[in-house]
Structures are given as C-alpha cells and as structure tokens.
Write a protein that binds this ligand. Structure first.
Ligand SMILES: NC(=O)c1ccc[n+]([C@@H]2O[C@H](COP(=O)([O-])OP(=O)(O)OC[C@H]3O[C@@H](n4cnc5c(N)ncnc54)[C@H](OP(=O)(O)O)[C@@H]3O)[C@@H](O)[C@H]2O)c1
Length: 244
C-alpha cells in the first residue's frame, strides 16, 4: 500500500550550504609552507587572504609571491587578494583565522591574541609532533590536544580543529589537483559548518565533521601515521572518509 502523504516520514532536510566566500581568512604563521599553501589555494578560489607573521615586513614579500602564484591558476573572473601583516594585525582584521605556527610557538602566539580573536572562528591545524630515530611521534599536550589548548587560551573564540592532514607540499604544488577530506572537529555547529564549507572551497576537497573538540587529539595525532606512510611509500598521503 502506498502511504498517504500525511503518514510518510518527511524527508531529512539537507543542511543548508554555508556561504563563506565573503569571509576574510587570516593565517597566523602565514609565511611557512602550511600557511602559504592554504593561502595560495584559498586565494585562487577567490577567498580574501591575510598572511600573518611575527615580523610584518617578512609577510609582505610572501603575500606578494602567494598572490602571484594564485593568479596563475585562478579561474577567469576570480579576484585574487592576498595581503601580509603582523599576526596581531591579521587577528584583528580577519573574519576567520587559521593557526599555522609550529607547536612550540602555539601557546605563546595565541595567549597574546585572545582579545582580537574574540567572537571569531579560530581554525587550528597545528600538530604536536616530533621526530627521533624511529621517526615521527605525537607529543603530549597538557590540555589534551592543541585545539583544546587553543580553546583554553581563547575563551571568546569558537575553536575548530581542521587541515591537519593536508600536506603543505601538495598545497603549494599548484600543478597537483587536491583530493581527499578535511576532518573538522569542534563544539560549535555554526563554526564547524563554516569550516567544512571553507575546506570545500579547495577544489577536490570536502570538509567532514569528525566530532567534538575533545576528539581533536586523535585527529592531530593521525598526522603522525600519515608522516610514517609518507616516509615508507614516498608519497604525501591524505585522508578520505568512505560512505559519506
Ligand atoms: N607542513 C605541513 O605539511 C603541515 C601539514 C599539516 C599541518 N601542519 C601544521 O601547520 C603548522 C605550520 O607548519 P609549517 O610547516 O608551515 O611550519 P613552520 O614553517 O615551522 O612555521 C610556520 C611559520 O610560523 C612562524 N613561526 C616559527 N616559529 C614560531 C614561534 N616560535 N612562534 C610563533 N611563530 C613562529 C614562522 O613565521 P614568521 O617567522 O614569519 O613569524 C613560520 O614561517 C605546524 O604546526 C604544523 O604542525 C603542517
């Protein structure tokens, strides 16, 4: 028997796509490979990007170079905008801020930026990792993970963990098409939705919600396994979630 319309289960509404194209994305530590790589790909997709540095002077040349490279691959009609500045200028001016400094400078960098980052989404891609004779290993973080450390230091921000598994080498190699998933962890649904949408601005990538911020530790640590895979197979491995 065909159920009458009134007894049918209503279809599950697909989540509204979030439009993040108008957000200015700041990157703390934007002069390093990961910051430059995310910057060049996002700028090529039309996102306005601010690259931060401890030394604003250093950021200007990087921003110019990143803008020039993004322009070589941006589709017709896309306006490429990349500017440099100090980390604090970037934190102040951006709508959403990605943290791409080394773990060793993570806490000190964020501790000084709590005020300008208040009310903003802060996306942490920092991996607490070191190397010894056996290869890469995960470092313990007193707060449980780098993302939880960020949340403790930035009580007024919505902290999200993402972009840990995207290789800077591939991000910077504009001849290489990206593929894979960005695992996104966080406690604020609007913030994780926005970061998933930002990940999807990178052609070939998807943003996949992967749990609450308390689950950031294993997402960060998975990078250690990817580094081991990279070394064994001479690749730049990423992550792909099946059946989603
Ligand atoms: N490289 C990758 O493939 C990759 C992939 C996924 C995640 N990540 C994560 O992304 C972050 C950045 O990686 P990266 O390879 O770009 O690192 P990096 O080159 O070592 O550092 C990035 C930038 O951070 C700034 N910096 C250096 N030491 C600092 C300190 N003590 N305090 C504050 N800022 C400092 C430097 O910029 P200024 O001197 O201009 O300030 C540097 O250019 C890391 O936490 C890493 O775990 C990297």
């Amino acid at each position: 028997m065909t159920p009458s319309p009134s007894t049918m289960t209503p279809p599950v509404a697909a989540p509204e796509p979030v439009d993040v194209s108008g957000l200015v994305v700041g990157i703390l530590g934007g002069t390093g490979p990961q910051g430059r790589g995310l910057g060049v790909r996002l700028a090529a997709a039309g996102q306005r990007v601010l690259l931060g540095s401890r030394d604003a002077e250093r950021s200007y040349a990087t921003a110019e170079d990143v803008a020039a490279r993004a322009s070589t691959v941006a589709a017709g009609g896309v306006e490429v905008s990349v500017r440099g500045g100090s980390n604090s200028d970037v934190a102040e001016s951006a709508d959403l801020v990605i943290v791409a400094v080394p773990f060793g400078g993570h806490a000190a960098t964020l501790a000084g930026l709590a005020a300008p980052l208040t009310g903003k989404i802060v996306v942490d891609c920092v991996v607490p990792m070191a190397f010894d004779k056996q290869g890469a290993y995960a470092l313990p973080v007193p707060e449980g993970s780098v993302a939880l450390q960020a949340a403790a230091l930035l009580p007024g921000s919505s902290v999200v963990g993402a972009f840990h598994h995207l290789s800077a080498v591939l991000l910077e190699d504009l001849a290489h098409d990206l593929e894979g998933d960005v695992l996104v962890v966080g406690d604020d649904r609007q913030a994780t939705d926005a970061v998933q949408a930002l990940a999807a601005r990178l052609p070939g990538m998807r943003g996949i919600y992967a749990g609450r911020l308390r689950s950031a530790g294993q997402v960060e640590a998975l990078t250690v396994n990817l580094v081991s895979i990279n070394r064994r197979y001479k690749v730049h491995a990423g992550v792909r979630i099946t059946d989603v």
